[in-house]
Write a protein that binds this ligand. Structure first.
Ligand code: FES
Length: 107
């Protein structure tokens, strides 16, 4: 079955140090532009459910810091890199095409 890609907004809206928030099939997500490209993860910390959208971003290391208790997550893999989070955040495939950000809708 072919992947379904959802247009979540213009690429110009995704600034390097600011998460861009969107919704994908009822799931809140953030899209982040790192030096390595665009990445999307669920906007929910796996420690205690805080939105990651307000977190500081390391665009070089492609990490985000949860604004509540400071857990760090890899934006490429979703992996929790530091306590108090241990479970990964959900990741989504992203591509930029014709100035738009497209996210792959999970099956
Ligand atoms: S809610 Fe994110 S580190 Fe606690």
């Amino acid at each position: 079955m072919a992947a379904r890609w959802v247009d979540v907004g213009g690429a110009e809206a995704v600034e390097a140090d600011q998460p861009f928030t969107a919704e994908l099939g009822g799931v809140p997500i953030i899209v982040v532009r790192c030096e390595a490209g665009y990445f999307a993860v669920e906007d929910r910390c796996t420690h205690d459910g805080e939105a990651l959208a307000g977190g500081e971003i390391d665009t070089e290391g492609c990490r985000i810091v949860c604004p509540r208790h400071g857990a760090q997550f890899c934006l490429r893999s979703g992996q929790a890199l530091t306590p108090p989070a241990y479970e990964p955040v959900r990741t989504f495939a992203v591509r930029a095409e014709n100035g738009r950000i497209l996210i792959e809708l999970p099956e």
